[in-house]
Design a protein around this ligand. Sequence first.
Ligand code: GLU
Length: 342
Amino acid sequence: MSNIGDLQSLSSSITAVTSPFRNYLNDVHKKYRSLNDGAVADYIPELALAKPEWFGICVVTAEGQVFEVGDCDQLFTIQSISKAFVFGLALEDHGREYVNSKVSVEPTGEAFNSIVLDEATNRPYNPMVNAGAIATADLIKGQNGTERLKRLLEMFKRYTGRDHDINVPVFLSEKATGHRNRAMAYLMLNFGMVSEKLDETLDLYFQQCSILVNAKDLAMIAATLANGGINPVTKERAVDERYVQDIISVMLTCGMYDASGEWAYRVGMPAKSGVGGGILAVVPGKLGIGTFSPPLDQKGNSVRGIKVCEELSRDFGLHLFSVAKPERNLQEWIAGDSINDW
Ligand code: GLU
């Protein structure tokens, strides 16, 4: 032992036993950080403020081990990712049959904001497109808008283990410019698919899109689903176990906008993305992934987030339908990790 540097590295190797998985994630982050494809969403000025270089990757296991690299504390608006969880709350409020009578679970293959309803039943196609998300928000119980929003925020707290705020400027811009959403909402009102309190519900929808989260929150939410609806760190139940499969199956078929088929084929993880740059992916029974990187591809999905999930899926055999022996065994790669930096 010849100098202070050697002593320091010896002491850190004693106190911080790290698994190879941390180095793996660092390498993946390094590899894609210089990928500069895609464009930051700019349909409202607030979103265009996001820095294209922001990039965070977080993985939380169903046992509650947390692995993170990059900008995992940077807050951004959850946007469309909220839709999956509001669907879960609507199921808890009304049960499967009633919710399904108002919103179908069929992928559209069309853009998330298309103004299209199922011709036979007048139902929106699924809870992940805007029309379906607004019809789902309509189902959230509460005396008034404030109470309904409070219920949503409490739900997200159960999933993440911490309090959440709304980004008020984003909410106000969504509300001021959301004419298309308003148009589809009124079309649904015309068909009796949503209730008369539609303006309150539209506010709730714009507010749910404006909830602030970070990549760690997304990974924790995903890990909670992977763990059957119980947050693996706080041990609190976030959603009724019966509805976890409803949420993740709709995520698999409809979660990645009109790239959901391609995603299911290539990545094979139920996932949901949002135009804020987040992606949340679930490997049932195993882990949750949260990525954050604002530049989006043509379909509205985070370019770097897709790459990270593709790579994780391939390297560790995390595709839902994978039967081949994976290149790397996840349990071995995360074993021996003594750091929980959540
Ligand atoms: N707030 C957006 C809208 O209603 C949702 C954006 C998204 O797809 O993430 O247009």
